[in-house]
Design a protein. Structure first.
Length: 297
């Protein structure tokens, strides 16, 4: 049972930071930036490439995260802001197109083979009936620390208050002297950094390839919508729900029902459950489980 909980938590760590970033961007800019899943892939791939070039792992991760955050700001300034002047749907479709470009760029520069960090091999740590590796613990620590820092900035600083004010009512925030354009740039930078850290956490636990971004797209989108698109911390609950559903689908032994000792559904069915939960959420609670916006008349 404890192993099941660990598996759910490890999978949720793959989704949380990217889903938080997507919800945070939506709260200010009113469009879901699909390219965030590729920022996650960029963070992991770039950190691994820097380590292979001889850069220490810690320094490689810092450089990869910072560069990915700056890339997010540049793309937002020169592409997404201009698309938003046409419409939010145009910006969303544009972000999907950017994601495709990222996949093609990874194929040309990195190649189709998966890559991983060169880390020392260690024996798994046994806790109750679960086994956890040191890279998994490190990935979990990165995700937990990132969420903690983001929560502190969001709720305990003047910057966070300005971001929340802009999210709630941009016109009023602008009228009170808040530089709403600067707030949007900062949240884009933070979301890029968060996504890159999520990609690094994935890379630490295993390997990354050119498809890791697109593989994250559906469960991350479902997590953000379940949590209430625009509610960054609701995305955490959404990620946990999606992860629990995916883990149940792939971990439950259906053998006794089929007259066999053991029979499990293929891992590919995990994406199907994400899709089903997304459809159910859109039909039942289209604004998400934790609504962050207030309708005005």
């Amino acid at each position: 049972m404890f192993q099941f909980l660990v598996d759910v938590l490890m999978r949720a760590c793959d989704l949380m930071l990217v889903a938080i970033g997507m919800s945070a961007v939506y709260s200010l800019m009113k469009f879901p930036n699909i390219a965030l899943v590729q920022y996650a892939a960029t963070g992991g791939v770039l950190a691994i490439a820097l380590q292979k070039a001889g850069v220490p792992v810690g320094v490689a991760i810092i450089f990869a995260v910072v560069l990915t955050g700056l890339l997010a700001v540049i793309l937002n300034e020169f592409l997404f802001n201009r698309m938003l002047k046409i419409g939010s749907s145009t910006a969303m479709i544009g972000s999907l197109a950017v994601s495709m470009v990222f996949s093609a760029a990874f194929l040309v520069t990195v190649g189709p083979n998966p890559s991983r960090f060169a880390l020392p091999v260690s024996r798994p740590i046994r806790i109750l009936d679960a086994r956890i590796t040191e890279p998994q613990l490190l990935g979990f620590a990165i995700v937990a620390a990132a969420i903690g820092v983001f929560a502190f900035l969001y709720f305990r600083t003047d910057l966070g208050r300005c971001i929340r004010a802009t999210s709630t009512n941009e016109v009023l925030a602008d009228a009170t002297g808040i530089d709403t354009g600067r707030m949007k740039t900062i949240i884009v930078l933070i979301s890029g950094v968060m996504a890159a850290l999520g990609g690094v956490a994935i890379a630490l636990k295993g390997e990354v390839d050119i498809q890791v971004g697109m593989d994250l797209l559906l469960p991350v989108f479902a997590s953000a919508i379940l949590g209430g698109l625009g509610n960054p911390f609701g995305a955490i609950a959404g990620a946990l729900l999606i992860s629990a559903a995916e883990t149940v689908v792939t971990a439950v032994n259906l053998g006794p029902l089929m007259g066999e000792v053991a029979a499990f559904l293929p891992v590919a069915y995990a994406s199907a459950i994400s899709f089903l939960l997304l459809v159910a959420a859109l039909l039942w609670r289209p604004r998400g489980l934790f609504v962050s916006e207030v309708k005005r008349v």
